[in-house]
Write a protein that binds this ligand. Structure first.
Ligand code: PHB
Length: 391
């Protein structure tokens, strides 16, 4: 072998190796799931992970000729961890997409998504501003405003005039309270007081006592996923379920993951929510049965948000032919609409936020368990805070 041929041969081998390496890398699309598996929001992380895995199990782990690999990381509900984990997933694990969870973690990850140009699906956060923090953020969860304005209007229509608000003390709670109060006062009602309950290890009892002492006709409550069971127990311990005060709120206070544990306490409670496991569609029945089988739990509003997050990623990758370039993926996601287990949903092409039905639901017993049964529908509801800002 001449020296020239030897060098050419080495180069050819190196090129082949490089080619094989990059082909292998390109054949797998990694999705970094930065979730809350521990800490005060651990219920949500468990639900998103289970739903995302269920979606992959049902739809296969390849899309547009690429293998899909989910990589889960626990940020322990701490925003600095979320930011570091997002960075590590991009640099070390070479993920092409990210999924974000609760508001503080999603806020912390936004600059990373922007700088590294990584499309990110927001699967839990319900705070309006989150989608504005990165041009590569797209939300499949909800906003608290979407639900809180509608329940305020419903309460006014049904005779409520004096309300006390009990809110989990962080961004989504503040937003629920703000939109509720705005609509409730516009309708001629009055919010007597707003009480803020710490997010971690909450003791609702003293706040509920203070609220009851003010003799409102209505109690508007926001607690995040995972706290509805504790809240319901303390509500009943104060005798508030028999006080005649109407309990209302966004769907979170009748979380389907907790409802089966609440006995008769929440019967009759009316909420405005984006998802009920009792939603009467064939697709939802199938989803609830599959989720129950996979996890032993009833599917809830976060499970459906995680499931839809995966659907959005799969369908966008089909449209881009498997390309993960951020601008192409986001363009594919904008305006996408589909039938979710929660009903028809779409991604607003202008805001990258979710547009969805909001249902008025009443807690009723069916087959011995409480369910949030839908009885009225507000169609294609956008985030009211973005709508107001656009005017
Ligand atoms: C949020 O992170 O904004 C959030 C989390 C749990 C909820 C609602 C909102 O139930």
């Amino acid at each position: 072998m001449t020296r020239k041929n030897f060098v050419a041969g080495c180069l050819a081998i190196a090129a082949a190796a490089l080619g094989a390496g990059s082909a292998a890398a390109q054949d797998t699309i990694k999705i970094g799931m930065v979730m809350q598996m521990t800490g005060p929001n651990a219920a949500g992380g468990r639900e998103i992970s289970a739903a995302a895995k269920l979606y992959v199990a049902q739809h296969g782990d390849s899309v547009a000729g690429k293998k899909i690999e989910l990589i889960f990381r626990d940020d322990a509900s701490i925003p600095d961890n979320a930011k570091r984990l997002a960075q590590e997933l991009i640099i070390n694990d070479k993920v092409s997409l990210l999924a974000a969870g609760i508001t503080p973690s999603a806020m912390a990850m936004a600059p990373i998504s922007t700088e590294a140009k990584v499309p990110t699906v927001v699967t839990i956060s319900g705070t309006s501003v989150v989608t504005e923090r990165s041009p590569y953020y797209v939300r499949t969860s909800f906003t608290l405003g979407q639900q809180s304005g509608i329940i305020a209007d419903w309460a006014i229509k049904n005779g409520s005039r004096k309300a006390v608000a009990v809110l989990s003390d962080w961004a989504p709670g503040a937003e629920a309270g703000k939109v509720f109060e705005s609509n409730f006062t516009k309708g001629g009602g009055q919010v007597l007081e707003t009480l803020k309950v710490p997010l971690a290890n909450p003791d609702f009892a003293p706040f509920l006592q203070r609220a009851a002492d003010m003799h409102p006709d209505t109690l508007f409550v926001f607690v995040p996923a995972g706290q509805a069971g504790t809240f319901a127990r303390q509500f009943a311990e104060r005798g508030l379920d028999k006080s005649g005060i109407k309990l209302i709120g966004p769907g979170d206070i009748t979380d389907d993951d907790d409802l089966p544990t609440t006995g008769d306490t929440l019967l009759g409670v009316v909420t405005a929510g984006i998802y009920s496991a009792a939603h009467p569609s064939a697709l939802n029945k199938e989803f609830v049965a599959a989720y129950q089988k996979a996890t032993g739990h009833r599917a809830n509003f976060l499970a459906v948000s995680g499931y839809d997050g995966m659907h959005l990623i799969y369908e966008a990758l089909k449209k881009t032919g498997g390309k993960t370039d951020a601008d192409a993926v986001i363009a594919a996601m904008k305006g996408m609409s589909w039938e979710s287990p929660r009903g028809p949903i779409s991604i607003d092409p202008n805001t990258r936020d979710i547009v969805q039905n909001v249902y008025i639901r009443k807690v009723e017993k069916k087959d011995g368990e409480p369910w949030a049964v839908e009885f009225a529908t507000f169609e294609a509801v956008k985030d009211p805070l973005k709508e107001a800002a656009a005017k």
